[in-house]
Design a protein around this ligand. Structure first.
Ligand code: HEM
Length: 497
């Protein structure tokens, strides 16, 4: 019985100290924000689409807003100027990540890059991946593989076109990206059943969801063990499925090494570094698996979801589709397919992709940042260990920087030097600063090539006489926010050959 009393005493002391801490913060000028409920804070204000809810709340309280989820102070950033302060001016303070349940279970206890805390380990791992997988040199090495894989998709769609079949475009694009990512990261394609009976797409979607939904266990550590939302159990399930799969892949590579395989892939490189003991940081099988999973999850879901959104907007706006097809016809002609070398000549395509990423950034709240020390930003006190959420979904709709922000109008970028690589804070779909996306170049090549090919080779029509204006554009929130409904459409082949 005595241990129960000790536990109660410890809990009361913990709550008392936390309250003192919060009170001391209150004396300093925190950013404005909505009042929270005792203990619970602002949890009750978020629904199924937290990025949309936070956008509405920020309209009332301003672009730098203080909220509290349980005991975790949270800063919500919702304008380009404010984003610049957090991701550029004070990037050195806000470039860490909070420890949360997802980083524990899915991120191998923060051994991955995505959820890794700022420090030498994260920096070295990020550098390694950039060099070994995400550099321009590596991206170019995989060009012919992308050409072949996209060619296979086009052939299959051509078959559907001949019989007027309705195609699950979301499914096709996701499958292609699974194949491209597997070939790049693991060195060969894998079938859905190699992972689990649910397959890659369902497991990746589940991961993006359980990692993003606000988890009570993250905000009330003493409630974590109870797992009231069942999220931790779901995380453990996906983590186990991916871990078994990665173990299998690593074992295969170890076996193949003994067979003196000629070409080295990313897994071989990671294993070689691990075995050499040359890494200047801790590097064992867990680190290899953490980074492989990063590259796989970050690589496949983001690109395919973006392509889906771009294509949906094009189908919804037939005049934009026609204009893009005209550009493709002028630059390439109707006698051949698109090559990656054509991409630099497709100016309108770039404008279409920017506009789609403005309205549908696939990571609408980026990935939460964490402050490493107390800091004063724009006159507001931001306590150490605050979570910082940058709502780029709201920034893309900020009426102060975007005219008729809700409308899909690629022409708004005509003659504009707004770029999406992290320099212009009104458009940061890849984030910016130290935590900005290291896969930006690769992601853009895949998106541009795939969209160009799908639009150049086919006309697209919605099934059952549905009008373009009726296409449902609802979102399904997760770390990667997808379409709520799959995009279904009928392709008609339009090239001469
Ligand atoms: C459409 C394509 C993509 C988009 C829109 C995108 C977007 C993002 C965003 C918004 C972040 C978080 C930035 C932040 O927290 O401030 C991120 C991080 C990251 N992305 Fe991407 N990404 C894409 C493709 C890729 C690809 C192809 C890879 C690699 C194969 C990749 C690897 C990563 C990694 C490792 C991080 C974590 C960086 C860190 O925390 O240091 N991404 N990405």
């Amino acid at each position: 019985m005595a241990w129960i009393w000790i536990a109660v005493l410890l809990l009361i002391t913990f709550l008392y100290l936390l309250q003192q801490l919060l009170n001391s913060n209150k004396k300093k000028k925190l950013p404005p924000g909505p009042r929270g409920l005792p203990v619970l804070g602002n949890f009750h204000m978020l629904g199924k689409n937290p990025h949309q809810d936070l956008h509405q709340i920020a309209k009332k309280h301003g672009p730098i807003m203080y909220m509290r989820f349980g005991y975790a102070p949270t800063i919500v950033v919702s304008s380009p100027d404010a984003a610049e302060l957090f991701l550029k001016t004070y990037d050195h303070v806000f470039c860490s990540r909070p420890l949360h349940e997802a980083s524990k279970y899915i991120g191998y206890e923060q051994r991955n890059i995505i959820f890794g805390q700022y420090g030498p380990y994260w920096r070295n791992m990020r550098k390694l991946c950039t060099l070994e997988l995400l550099s321009n040199l590596k991206i170019n090495q995989f060009q012919s593989m992308r050409r072949t894989e996209v060619g296979l998709l086009i052939s299959s769609l051509k078959g559907a076109s001949k019989i007027g079949e309705i195609v699950d475009v979301s499914d096709k694009i996701a499958s292609l990206n699974v194949d491209i990512t597997c070939l790049m990261v693991f060195g060969k394609k894998y079938a859905d059943k190699d992972l689990d009976e649910k397959g890659f797409k369902a497991m990746v979607k589940e991961t993006a969801e359980v990692a993003a939904v606000p988890n009570l266990g993250d905000y009330f550590p003493y409630l974590g063990v109870l797992d009231l939302q069942g999220l931790t159990a779901r995380m453990k399930t996906v983590a186990k499925v991916f871990d078994d799969f990665l173990e299998k892949i690593i074992d295969e590579h170890v076996r193949n090494k003994e067979d003196h395989k000629q070409t080295k892939d990313f897994v071989d490189t990671m294993m070689a570094i691990m075995e050499s003991g040359d890494a200047e940081f801790e590097f064992d099988r867990r680190h290899v698996k953490a980074v492989l999973l990063d590259m796989f999850l970050a690589g496949m879901d983001t690109s395919s979801t973006t392509v889906e959104w771009v294509l949906s907007e094009l189908i919804k706006h037939p005049q934009v589709m026609k204009k893009l097809q005209k550009e493709l016809e002028d630059v390439i002609g109707l006698d051949r397919m698109v090559e990656e070398s054509d991409l630099d000549n497709l100016e309108y395509l770039n404008m279409v992709i920017k506009e789609a990423l403005r309205l549908h950034p696939v990571a609408p709240l980026l990935i939460p940042h964490a402050s490493m020390e107390d800091c004063v930003v724009d006159g507001f006190h931001i306590p150490k260990a605050s979570r910082v959420i940058v709502n780029i979904w709201a920034i893309g709709r900020d009426p102060k920087v975007w005219d008729e922000a809700e409308k899909f109008q690629p022409e708004r970028f005509l003659g504009s030097d707004i770029d999406l690589r992290g320099r212009n804070f009104q458009l940061i779909p890849f984030g910016s600063g130290r935590r900005g996306c290291p896969g930006l170049q690769l992601g853009l090549v895949i998106i541009r090539f795939l969209v160009a090919q799908l639009v150049h080779c086919f006309d697209w029509e919605l099934p059952n006489g549905m009008l373009p204006s009726d296409l449902n554009m609802d979102e399904y929130f997760g770390l990667v926010t997808t379409r709520a409904e799959h995009l279904m459409a009928i392709p008609t082949y339009r090239l001469h050959k």
